[in-house]
Write a protein that binds this ligand. Structure first.
Ligand code: F6R
Length: 598
């Protein structure tokens, strides 16, 4: 939550900072601001709302200056407002601070600083950092920052300016921060897409790192010592992080799914490797797998449970990371703990993995982001190859997670070679199958019109289609603001039936597997209560239309892979429903893509 940037070089800082902030808006967009060092003064500009609004308020004025920092906010302490927008400054306005994270002991620090005479002008936790740096500033910014951070507890990615120094001091602890290295210019940012327009050479900073950046170069310290950090070349291109003619990132990202599947398979499938799957992992001696995740990644984990249990016969437990962290459930050292997080930064998932490590469990992370926090935490990493996902709602990264979980299941599985080869062939067919779902987009768009006028929608499924229904409901509610609930189809009659009327459409996810007949019975029970029913079903299913009002047809695949084709159809359903309702699709209200607070 929140995105920060910093620039130092020879070019005008303001347009570079604003451009970079636009690429970070997915991390928060309730208010924003920037500060530049111009003619020996710190100039600060802030606005409630998006970067576009800030630009409007500036009405074309460029304040000059070649050093600056900027911020786009997802409020944690203090309402979204200009007063609470970053950068925050010290009493004299000599120091400007942008921050992503939470200063946990800010209340105590604020009281102490206020008693010393520091005057606070916002309700944020961040402002204490500006005053602490002021307290310690004695002509040397990095020394003041070092001393200030000594007193701070919590998570932070910080970028700090002082009017007397042509430099940026940045620091990281439990919030992401990358350094971008250009030609005689340097950048810091919460995420790589913010830098791609200018450079693809990055250094992923680590917890405890403090970096001092001038036009001549940078120095990274940790614990008082200068530390070497590896420079990496990012393979994502700027086009990957742009809309490329699509009206929304969400639609573009859904349309990238076939390529994402191909890339993820190409990375992990190898000729000559046992069973074709090359995950560089030992088959676990573990008697159990525990998966921890949040939101959409949690739904991917639920699909993973189904697939791993089916193909590898290893019992899989799935826990919401936020619940697991406060549960007293005993954790055996024999358990392999898998954390699924596309961003690699979700605080709850990171804490769950830490808990697992502390209990002596082997840990594995599935993530989309190279160098993200989870990659430094887990023993083993499997990367999905989805490219940057800008829309707040996860789509292509979810599909990439599913592909990875199928591969993991095959990796652990001892099914016969012929069966395994059949599965791999089916996996390789998925890009084409998904493309056919995308080609039928207009039909899905038309069906979406059947739900947009309602305020409540149920999504139901059984077996592997149950988590698909959960994910379909999450997608619809978060971007269209229609209240949607995902339910196991057999559970509706245990309570929710009381809500079924002509005004509550039900979307039934129907896979041609062993749950098919019982699913039809469940649909009949629902229909008897009058709701309009939309089925998402296999193109070869000739029965289904007798029982429902509308059918979204998805390409025929082996039933175990229907989670992929059906999910893509539901993503499009949510997209078109939200579009018709005029919603802000890529940046739904109150959300942020990367949830770095527990
Ligand atoms: C919903 C969505 C969220 C995330 C959740 C976990 O569309 O994107 O529910 O799935 O915040 O995020 P990651 O996967 O980054 O841990």
């Amino acid at each position: 939550m929140c995105g920060i940037v910093g620039y130092i070089g020879k070019r005008s800082a303001q347009p570079i900072i604003l451009g970079a902030l636009k690429r970070l808006e997915y991390r928060g967009y309730d208010s924003c601001g920037f500060a530049v060092l111009s003619n020996g003064k710190i100039e600060v500009f802030k606005e409630r709302g998006s970067i576009d609004e800030l630009e409007k308020a500036l009405s074309g004025v460029n304040v000059g200056g070649t050093v600056g920092v900027g911020h786009t906010r997802w409020a944690t302490h203090g309402e979204p407002s200009r007063r609470n927008a970053h950068p925050h400054t010290d009493c004299k306005g000599d120091i400007a601070v942008v921050h992503n994270g939470i200063i946990e002991n800010f209340q105590h620090l604020r009281e102490t600083l206020a008693a010393e005479g520091h005057v606070f002008r916002s309700d944020t936790d961040t402002e204490v950092v500006a005053h602490l740096v002021e307290r310690y500033y004695n002509g040397n910014l990095e020394e003041a920052v070092r001393r200030a951070l000594h007193e701070v507890k919590g998570s932070y990615a910080l970028a700090i300016l002082h009017k007397a120094d042509e430099k940026i001091v940045a620091a990281r602890s439990r919030s992401p921060l990358v350094l971008g290295v250009g030609d005689s210019e340097f950048f810091v940012a919460s995420d790589v897409p913010a830098l791609l327009e200018h450079t693809n050479r990055v250094v992923h900073l680590e917890d405890g790192d403090l970096v001092i950046i001038t036009r001549e170069g940078f120095r990274i310290e940790n614990g008082g010592n200068v530390v070497p950090r590896k420079m990496e070349t990012v393979l994502w291109s700027i086009e990957d992080a742009e809309r490329g003619g699509y009206e929304h990132f969400m639609l573009k990202e859904i349309h990238e799914t076939p390529r994402v599947i191909e890339n993820t398979l190409a990375t992990h499938l190898r000729d000559g490797v046992l069973g074709g799957v090359d995950l560089d992992l030992d088959v676990p001696q573990s008697s159990e797998i525990l998966m921890v995740a949040c939101g959409t990644s949690f739904h991917a984990a639920l699909v993973g449970k189904y697939v791993i249990e089916e193909l590898a016969s290893v019992p899989v437990r799935v826990e919401l990371a936020s619940e697991f962290n406060y549960a007293t459930t005993p954790l055996s050292r024999e358990t392999l703990v898998v954390g699924i997080t596309q961003s690699g930064e979700t605080a709850d998932t990171l804490s769950a993995l830490k808990r697992a490590k502390a209990a002596g469990c082997a840990t594995l992370a599935i993530t989309n982001v190279l160098g993200s926090s989870v990659t430094r935490l887990a023993d083993r990493i499997i990367y999905t190859r989805a490219g940057p996902e800008i829309c707040v709602a996860a789509t292509k990264t979810f599909t990439a997670q599913l592909i990875t979980l199928y591969l993991l299941a095959l990796h652990f599985s001892s099914i016969e070679l012929a069966e395994r080869q059949k599965m791999l062939k089916e996996l390789r067919r998925l890009p084409t199958a998904v493309q056919r779902v995308l080609d039928a987009e207009d039909e899905i768009k038309e069906v979406s019109g059947r739900i947009t006028s309602y305020e409540n929608v149920f999504f139901i499924g059984r077996g592997i289609s149950f988590p698909v229904a959960l994910e379909g409901a999450l997608k619809l509610k978060e971007i269209s603001y229609i209240h949607a609930e995902g339910y196991a189809a057999g559970e509706l009659k245990h309570g929710p039936f009381a809500l079924l009327t002509e005004e509550t459409p039900v979307v039934a996810v129907v896979a041609p597997d062993r749950t098919y007949d019982i699913m039809l019975n469940n649909i009949k029970e629902v229909k008897a209560r009058k709701p309009p029913v939309i089925a998402v079903a296999d193109e070869h299913d000739e029965e289904i239309e007798k029982y429902v009002d509308f059918v979204i047809r998805t390409s025929h695949v082996e039933p175990i892979f229907s989670a992929i084709t059906n999910s893509v159809a539901l993503q499009l359903l949510a997209y078109y429903a939200a579009k018709e309702r005029g919603c802000e699709i890529d940046k739904p209200r109150n959300l942020a893509k990367s949830v770095t607070v527990e």
